[in-house]
Write a protein that binds this ligand. Structure first.
Ligand SMILES: [Fe+2]
Length: 435
């Protein structure tokens, strides 16, 4: 592999018209088998004396939650427990949650759970530290996109899924109930102070949760590597205007081997939840891909995932029977991913050849041939994980096309990172192919 494969000339192109700077705001990650037992030590180190433990209701009854709680209490830390966590949280649930905790005396937060739990803790911390209308903080154009005036209370995230990377990101995703849109809050202060990543906490993940979160890891890795280079963004008038997601960078590209780990270990973790080697590499891969996309960003599959998750009306996968329709985040990104990657392969040729190699595929031939191979590989992976390979399988019809396109088109923050300048027609074509 020549240096040019990883370092397109565009990374070192310099002009006054385009930006020439990117930011890596590295998180503090404690990783390893049994690391979750050290949460009390980390909380004390951060000066926490009274903490809100944010944990889903079912997990709150587990031995893991008990051990996290006793680790905190063994350090003399007072623990309040918040269990009102919604899967794929919405604004109303967050505001209700905030009302429950606003009068508690807290100087720190611990999140134990998957992406929804960690994002809930981020938003509770934001509202608790700097009370305001939640919509003030929600990304433009849906909200005002305001940044809080300074750092939040310390938050320790202990993920129990290996996927979202929420423990390392500056973003919290939420639905705005009245508008039926999924959007987010993103600013430099949202990221947890400490991420404790313990692969042993992931062995209880049900099969479909393993599959969904694992595919999210795969997409984070592929999208952050193939995003347009940070140097293709227009120069910013002020450093404050530089977006959190910069576009691909040589640093993000270093995490390309995560693709090969998912290829090797996701089927194994799916087949045997106690395959510790597989859980180890999926957890580490989730964190590393989180570092990559946390600064470089994600693009078309994630943008298309928003309306898929927001508009589903009649489907939920096995292991997600909560009494309402749901497309979990990882599955909502995995359905468009093969179609988007096939379409985009010719527009970032060297990076998609790198992805193909990481998948163990032949990277020779035309960019379109490489895109086809990635497509076939991805569709086979979805079938092996018993996941839907198209939109009809989750209840969508051609009558939904316009709303799907509009929903994806609203995600300009992500679409602007596409390796091809993408049009509404492109998005429409991709959704049609997925039906
Ligand atoms: Fe994601």
């Amino acid at each position: 592999m020549g240096a040019s494969t990883l370092m397109p000339a565009s990374y070192i192109a310099h002009s006054d018209i385009n930006d020439s700077v990117f930011v890596i705001n590295l998180p503090y990650i404690k990783f390893g088998l049994g690391a979750a037992r050290e949460v009390g030590y980390e909380a004390k180190r951060l000066g926490i004396t009274s903490v809100l433990l944010v944990v889903g209701r079912r997990l709150a009854e587990s031995k893991l939650a008990e051990s996290v709680r006793s680790s905190l209490e063994s350090q003399g830390i007072k623990v309040e427990v918040f269990t009102d966590v919604h899967i794929e949280p919405d604004d109303e649930a967050i505001v209700q949650g905030y009302k429950k905790v606003k009068d508690l005396k807290l100087d720190g937060f611990v999140a134990l759970g998957g992406g929804s739990t960690i994002d809930t803790a981020k938003l509770l911390n934001l509202l608790y530290t700097y009370p305001a209308d939640l919509m003030d903080y929600v990304n433009k154009p849906i909200g005002k996109g305001m940044s809080p005036p300074g750092p939040l209370k310390p938050l320790i995230a202990v993920p129990t899924t290996a996927g979202t990377g929420a423990e390392n990101t500056n973003v919290a995703v939420l639905d705005i109930k009245k508008l039926h849109v999924k959007t987010g809050v993103s600013n430099q202060y949202l990221r947890p102070s400490v991420a404790i990543v313990d692969p042993l906490t992931t062995v209880t993940m049900p099969q479909t949760v393993t599959a969904s979160t694992g595919l999210d890891v795969l997409n984070h890795a592929i999208e952050s590597i193939t995003a347009h280079p940070y140097t293709s963004r227009p120069a910013v008038a002020s450093p404050a205007d530089r977006p959190v997601y910069s576009g691909s960078t040589p640093v993000g590209d270093l995490f390309a081997p995560v693709v090969s780990w998912v290829v090797k270990y996701l089927r194994r973790a799916y087949a045997d939840p106690y395959d510790i080697e597989a859980r180890y590499y999926m957890s580490l891969g989730a964190s590393l891909a989180g570092l990559g996309f946390g600064h470089a960003g994600v693009h078309v599959p994630h943008a298309m995932a928003y309306p898929i998750a927001g508009l589903v009306s009649s489907w939920h996968p096995p292991d997600y029977d909560f009494g309402y329709p749901i497309v979990p985040h990882g599955i909502s990104t995995a359905i468009p991913a093969p179609y988007a990657f096939r379409f985009l392969a010719p527009y970032n040729e060297c990076k998609f050849r790198l992805v193909a190699r990481m998948m163990g595929l032949d990277d020779s031939g035309s960019p379109r041939e490489v895109g086809e191979r990635i497509f076939d590989f991805y569709m086979k992976l979805l079938e092996d994980l018993h996941l839907p390979t198209g939109l009809r399988k989750i209840g969508f019809t051609s009558a939904d096309l316009d709303r799907l396109v509009e929903g994806a088109w609203a995600q300009q923050r992500l679409l602007m990172l596409s390796p091809k300048i993408i049009s509404k027609d492109d998005i429409g074509t991709l959704f049609k192919e997925m039906l």
